[in-house]
Design a protein around this ligand. Structure first.
Ligand SMILES: [Zn+2]
Length: 154
């Protein structure tokens, strides 16, 4: 941008030319001018950095398990309900997505196949209901939720 001079709408002078005292605006905002004020800065041709909003904190994942949270098998014998895209939630375990009929699909299949994607993405309520239905039957190797609970009680 070529350096030009002029008055901002807030009444502040900018640019390389000396301020023409004789046609100074009647009023000058107490905004601090181009160095301090976004409006003056933009009007004087300077690049204004985008205003970064306050960080937003959102819950995008839940762990669903029949085991108590302090159980040694809690992480391995649980499901995750997570937001896949805004407003659509998936029930996953070990990278696989579950549909209502308990079929499992890899993430690449979900990405490639719209029909599969429709079957494995839910409202949060539906995803949570499905995860709660699946949770008692989660297995890893030969371990089940029941055997993990039995072992903990011994
Ligand atoms: Zn200003």
């Amino acid at each position: 941008m070529t350096a030009t001079s002029g008055w901002t709408s807030h009444g502040w002078w900018y640019g390389p030319d000396p301020e023409p005292v004789e046609d100074r605006p009647d009023e000058q905002a107490k905004c601090g001018g181009p160095a301090m004020c976004r409006t003056c800065k933009a009007e004087s041709g300077q690049v204004v950095e985008p205003r970064i909003p306050e960080p937003a904190v959102r819950v995008t994942a839940y762990t669903v398990s029949c085991l108590p949270v302090d159980h040694v098998g809690y992480k391995k014998l649980s499901l995750t309900v997570s937001e896949y895209t805004p407003g659509l939630w998936a029930v996953t375990r070990n990278g696989f997505f579950y549909d209502q009929n308990e079929n499992r699909y890899s993430e690449s299949t979900v990405k490639a196949d719209e029909e599969v994607a429709r079957d494995v993405l839910f409202t949060l309520t539906s995803a949570t209901t499905l995860a709660k239905r699946l949770a008692p039957n989660v297995k890893i190797g030969g371990r089940t939720v029941a055997s993990a609970l039995a072992r903990a009680e011994r």
